[in-house]
Design a protein around this ligand. Structure first.
Ligand code: AMP
Length: 374
């Protein structure tokens, strides 16, 4: 049963990171109260929440407490405890359900879902022993990428296999976890589509973003993506198909490769707002966070519209001081910092969004600022 959650009621969020914080800020604009379950005491979302429950994500008493204080529960990242979330669906209103988390927590079930939805993925095999890898690698060939089925992000838990000589170095990854091996895709670009759907089946995609990674971490998102109209339409259609297949409620980020001929291939899914959608806070008539809140609260969705092309650049630990020293030089930059205390190297600390009528010029401005030179 789809329920309408009204302003003044409380939204519970599992996970206290920046995605939860930006969800909470969007919800607060509409007058909701926020409860957050997060093990660390001083979290980005905890700082803006009304109620903080400080405990591990699988702590039963804490989940019960969250259920008690919340009128609806959502989550801000997928590596939460599936069993805990499932139990929560029995004692609280969790419109997104637990199934989507189960499917996207594991690359094997995730790829199966993408294929079942009728969308293309790179050829792959599933391997759970080193012997099986050696026996079956020829089905995929080289170069290929070995990825742990669970727990990988930002390129962690991955190994590129260029030749038979690289196989022994895969031993330790396979010993720890089931893996997939997929063909290395000679992509021309990486894009992502954030698709959002409410319980009535209303579905909208945010404008497609073009993603530039540095050392496997998202560096920039350029919107609109610099791809052909056909590819754009194919990307949105694929994301909507997957959303429908999964009976999505909430947000799904669909990461894709664009090949030389403009065809797309789905890389992976994230069942939550996504780093590549942050631009929507300033650049669209509805942000990915505002739309997510509408979806889980049973509101009608807004049709997203890009007000102006934009570039989002991530601020990692090493970029915070140079950015802070440059704020006065760039009046048009929207600066977001997530309230994390320790600016560790490569830790996502914030982002900058720049609306622009000249993407190439703005890319140049970003580069010349020197803030992202490390
Ligand atoms: P993932 O954790 O699957 O998102 O992978 C992180 C990054 O590794 C992607 O954004 C790509 O840049 C790269 N990558 C992942 N899978 C492949 C592939 N099959 N072929 C080429 N590059 C890949």
């Amino acid at each position: 049963m789809i329920r309408m959650i009204y302003p003044g009621q409380t939204i519970g969020i599992i996970g206290g990171g920046q995605l939860g914080r930006m969800m909470a800020l969007a919800a607060k604009e509409a007058g909701y109260k926020i409860a957050v379950l997060e093990p660390s005491i001083d979290s980005p979302c905890g700082q803006v929440a009304d109620i903080r429950i400080v405990a591990p994500y699988d702590d039963e008493a804490a989940l019960e407490e969250l259920a008690e204080v919340s009128n609806v529960i959502t989550y801000e990242f997928e590596n939460i405890d599936y069993e805990g979330l499932k139990r929560l669906t029995e004692i609280a209103y969790v419109p997104q359900g637990a199934e989507l988390v189960r499917i996207t927590q594991n690359r094997v079930t995730e790829k199966e879902a993408i294929v079942n939805a009728g969308c293309p993925v790179a050829p792959y095999i599933v391997v759970n022993t080193y012997e099986k890898l050696v026996e079956q690698i020829d089905k995929i060939g080289y170069p290929s990428i070995l990825k742990t089925a669970r727990g990988g992000y930002d390129g962690k838990g991955q190994l590129k296999l260029n030749s038979i000589e690289d196989l022994p170095s895969a031993k330790s990854l396979i010993e720890h976890s089931e893996c997939v091996v997929e063909s290395f895709v000679p992509f021309k670009k990486e894009i992502s589509v954030i698709v959002q759907r409410n319980g009535h089946g209303e579905t909208y995609c945010l404008p497609v973003g073009e993603n530039i990674h540095v050392h496997h971490i998202l560096h920039e998102t350029i919107v609109p993506a610099r791809i052909s109209n056909e590819t754009l339409i194919a990307a949105e259609e694929a994301a909507s198909k997957i959303a429908d297949y999964l009976q999505l409620i909430g947000t799904l980020a669909v990461e894709m490769f664009v090949l030389e001929d403009g065809e797309i291939m789905i890389n992976e899914l994230a069942p939550r707002p996504h780093n590549s959608g942050h631009y929507s806070i300033e650049a669209c008539n509805i942000s990915q966070f505002g739309q997510h809140i509408r979806a889980v609260c049973g509101w009608p969705l807004r049709k997203p519209k890009l007000m102006q092309p934009s570039i989002m650049v991530n601020l990692l630990g090493q970029h915070v001081v140079p950015l802070t020293n440059s704020i006065s030089k760039f009046p048009n930059w929207s600066v977001h910092l997530y309230g994390k205390t320790e600016a560790k190297v490569n830790r996502k600390m914030g982002h900058v969004t720049i609306l622009t009528n000249n993407v190439e010029e703005t890319l140049d401005e970003i580069e010349k600022s020197g803030i992202w030179s490390e």
